[in-house]
Design a protein around this ligand. Structure first.
Ligand code: 8WZ
Length: 158
């Protein structure tokens, strides 16, 4: 029996680039990732995604411009937590990415994503993200540095 916790993850994309943030503290520290975090009890998933993006890199997006492109679950051997991560992307945004206490943003070419400094699962599903293909994924970790098993299923639409 898992204890589900809801998270958002937002990727901002340009023509052939993607915006990543280097996590400066807390969970996932020193890894490049999208922008996001926990969904609070009093907010929708989309509102949480918009809020976290602004808090973490000062970019402004409209809820209607975020496309839900993936649903990823993370579980951990011997632990009750199931991280239920809703992944969004958009190429419509306002502002210039700014460093915050939480994240240092940087634009990466789609063919130059720093997988060696990201979560292990990212190299497995980024091709779907970069090709605009919606998917469901489940990754079962042992600790934070080993994936025991996983599945990725393309979805017609989320
Ligand atoms: C175990 C794990 C967690 C997360 C995450 C997303 C939001 C909060 O934690 C990940 O994000 C990515 N890209 N891989 C991840 C693996």
């Amino acid at each position: 029996m898992y204890v589900k916790k809801l998270f958002t993850l937002v990727f901002i994309q340009k023509e052939n680039q993607i915006l990543l943030g280097l996590k400066k503290r807390g969970f996932g520290m020193n890894k490049w990732n999208g922008f996001g975090g926990k969904v609070e009890p009093n907010e929708t998933i989309i509102d949480a995604a918009v809020r976290e993006l602004k808090e973490e890199c000062c970019l402004i997006v409209k809820p209607g411009d975020l496309k839900n492109i993936a649903h990823i679950e993370f579980t951990f051997e011997g632990q009750p937590t199931l991280m239920d991560v809703r992944v969004f992307s958009t190429n419509i945004f306002e502002g210039t990415p700014q460093e915050t206490e939480e994240m240092k943003p940087k634009w990466y070419d789609n063919d130059g994503v720093p997988f060696e400094d990201m979560w292990l699962d990212d190299k497995l599903w980024f091709p779907y993200l970069l090709q605009g293909k919606s998917f469901f994924g489940h990754f079962h970790y042992e600790g934070f540095d080993k994936i025991l098993n996983y599945k990725i299923e393309e979805q017609v639409s989320m």
